[in-house]
Design a protein around this ligand. Structure first.
Ligand code: NAI
Length: 349
């Protein structure tokens, strides 16, 4: 079904508030979630509300967090999220990173002790909207084998980047460092379909095409993706003095426990390097160059990263955002959650 952006945001906010978040935080989380749905990243939008509501209701997200921002150097800071909603802490920390980068040229802000923060594109877009370059990385729960390994160690550890061009357009790259998200395996299970042997491994670390045999996901591009997810875990875990690798908390293990996750925002002010207008013109030129590349057979054009999401956003703005009927029914119902996520082993069949 289709639903207007403001209405979707409102029903998500209401549900999260009913689950226990204060209204301001519920509003901020809903804003991050509706951003994802509006750009077609449905894996990180409305379909996550029930999971968050269950965790909030069971005490695994602090509904009265005492946020603490601490400047640790001219360009560095930490933001302690006190295990409140990750979306809220990550947004507020990015606001601080933006202020520092505007003044000092660059900022690195470590966001400590948070719960899941959703689609990272939201936070790097905050920076790009202020004519700054935004980079954000975060840990997630261990479900990926390191290259050559037969057991999970790292998470799907995403990397996001945004840079402003002219006319309020920006390049925005935001990806998990795994070949496919866990949701794609679940989707294949629900349809009883095979998966390509490049997505995941079985309990022996062998590539599998049977979604029911999956015991871990594979990094993108073998050792290179493995290296990238390691880098993300170091920057958002070890650097911030948080649990890392296989010690990172599971999304589903115990919904009454805090997750203590980390995220790192880096913001660069182009005005301190090549000058703002030259930088933004360069980004616009890059977008145009890429769009003018001769398409390969089977493609109608080359898109720059983030372009398809921006086009989706425009279409959804006109016609409403597409969401799953069941998700809508849940959002407008009186049910806070259906006990569907606690103690769920993601690899169990
Ligand atoms: P994806 O595979 O849908 O897209 C990855 C990137 O490739 C995007 O920047 C997209 O613009 C670009 N892209 C895709 N097709 C393209 C094309 N034809 N031409 C040009 N560019 C193209 O993203 P993925 O890896 O499934 O991640 C989805 C979301 O999940 C992200 O927002 C990420 O931040 C989030 N995530 C969050 C986690 C967390 O713990 N908070 C963990 C893992 C992912």
């Amino acid at each position: 079904m289709r639903i207007q952006k403001e209405e979707l945001k409102e029903i998500m906010k209401t549900k999260l508030h009913k689950a226990g978040l204060i209204e301001r935080h519920a509003e901020m989380v809903a804003d991050v979630l509706v951003h994802a749905d509006a750009r077609g990243i449905h894996s990180h939008g409305a379909m996550r509300v029930e999971y968050y509501a269950e965790r909030i209701a069971k005490g695994g997200i602090n509904t009265k967090p005492n946020f603490k921002f601490e400047k640790t150097g001219p360009c560095t800071a930490t933001f302690d999220g006190d295990n409140g909603a990750g979306h809220v802490a990550a947004k507020l920390a990015m606001d601080e990173a933006i202020k520092i980068a505007k003044e000092n040229g660059i900022a690195a802000v470590g966001v400590r002790r948070i719960s899941h923060s959703g689609a990272l594109s939201y936070f790097v877009q905050q920076a790009a909207s202020e004519k700054l370059v935004g980079i954000s990385v975060c840990q997630s729960d261990p479900m990926v084998v390191p290259y050559g390994g037969a057991e999970p160690y790292y998470g799907t550890n995403p990397i996001a980047f945004a840079a402003p061009g002219n006319d309020d357009k920006f390049i925005q790259f935001d990806m998990a460092t795994t070949v496919q998200a866990w949701g794609k395996i679940l989707h294949a299970r629900s349809k009883n379909e095979k998966i390509p042997d490049t997505w995941a491994v079985d309990e022996n670390g062998e590539p599998t095409t049977d979604p029911f045999d999956v015991k871990a996901l594979l990094p993108i591009a073998g050792p290179k993706g493995y290296g990238l997810m390691m880098m993300v875990d170091i920057l958002s875990g070890i650097l911030l003095g948080l649990p890392f690798g296989s010690k990172v908390s599971s999304m589903y293990h115990d919904l009454s426990e805090y997750r203590n996750l980390g995220q790192l925002h880096i913001v660069i002010n182009p005005a301190f390097f090549t000058g703002l207008s030259g930088f933004m013109s360069g980004i616009s030129q890059t977008m145009e160059d890429l769009n003018n590349i001769k398409p390969a057979p089977g493609f109608d054009k080359v898109s720059y990263p983030g372009q398809r999401s921006a086009e989706r956003e425009k279409e959804y703005q006109e016609n409403g955002i597409e969401i799953v009927d069941d998700v809508y029914e849940y959002l407008i119902s009186d049910t806070i959650h259906n006990n569907a996520y606690d103690q769920k082993d993601p690899f169990a069949v």
